[in-house]
Design a protein around this ligand. Sequence first.
Ligand code: SF4
Length: 469
Amino acid sequence: MPATAPQGVGQLRGAEPFPDGARRALADPQLRRNLRHATATIRAKSAAVIAEVPDWEQLRAAGSAIKADVLARLPELLEQVEARVTAAGGVVHWAADATEANSIVTELVAATGSDRVIKVKSMATQEIGLNEALESAGITPVETDLAELIVQLGDDRPSHILVPAIHRNRAEIREIFLRAMPGVDPALTDEPVVLAAAARRYLRQTFLTTPVAVSGANFAVAETGTLAVVESEGNGRMCLTLPETLITVMGVEKVVPTWRDLEVFLQLLPRASTGERMNPYTSMWTGVTPGDGPQAFHLVLLDNGRSAVLADEVGRQALHCIRCSACLNVCPVYERTGGHAYGSVYPGPIGAVLSPQLTGIADNASLPYASTLCGACYDACPVKINIPDLLVHLRDQAPHPRAEATAMAAAAYTMDHPALYAAAQRAARSSRVLGRRGRGLPPPLDGWTASRDLPEPPAESFREWWSKR
Ligand code: SF4
């Protein structure tokens, strides 16, 4: 089996299981208010623009089919990307895991002589813990996406794929800026326009004086070796065009075969993620262009457990993800706990199926249970990832306590024997002990009823009702 993401590096593993993190998050009413407001706003925006597209379902089916095709011939497509990028003057590096990717990027930055890099928002670099690796080599990474900047200045962790500071309101953001933003006006107010202007002043100066940028990539078009980044603020465009050196870290699953395939995703992604008809900034580049933009371009192709995910015929669907975050915004669990409870940089429903596969199920065993299996994520996903199916598949792989395994075996035996099953129903009803509201199961099964009520057994079973007729 291919290797999973290594321990001790990157941000795919939390310090505690999901239920512990969730319990703490649920006790924070401000966090819940912020989350409820933000997810409801994005949901409404997204639903309105999706309703405008008559062939949305066909687009989803096309997106899903293209991703399945990509995964079926990933090695061939990646070699095509490598050949095209190299032919266009770029340099391609293959990183088996987070450790290797971090050392490749750190060495590339060090070779430029710069002690600072500007960064485009990127899940892949967060996944591998690149900022920490750069800092330990004496290089300062500056996040330029506004929400990522808030998280970085606040010494915080992102809690949403698309809106990393979703857990912060504007009063909190003002405090963070006053405390940590270099050169900020002490008379700063918490008006969104004023906060954005303060960030713009600080970032503009940083863009103009930093010679190296690090980005992720939303897509790589294999037929030409073109990389694409979509964003809303223009900070990405600045990072991708102003510096002398550009280093892009991209998960190997981000490749699409042709421009025609890219067209499908450029329609799906903005409507499902930010609720926009198209992304305000879509930047594309192919290698280097003499006299225009960065004159040195490096592409780091990152595995970090993806080959292990690909090896699982059911689980590999998680690699279809285009990180739109629609599944987070509709998830009743995410809306109440926020992203930190998941531990990994990938929160919400997609995190619950991707993180345990990248790390190996033992390191994130509680995440497949961070769901009610309501199916809202499947309905919302623009590439039709059947997340509930994956959750069940992973629950099956997770280690189970002996008591639970014994109880399930007993239940299966009982249900397989009609007379025994009818007797068990009668026993449960006549005692009424298990069914009384507020009463839980006795040990060792009490964990199951710690946060659930057992349903009252009905006065008459279906079989009894049927036999009377
Ligand atoms: S799983 Fe689907 S809905 Fe969730 S982030 Fe990925 S593409 Fe978007």
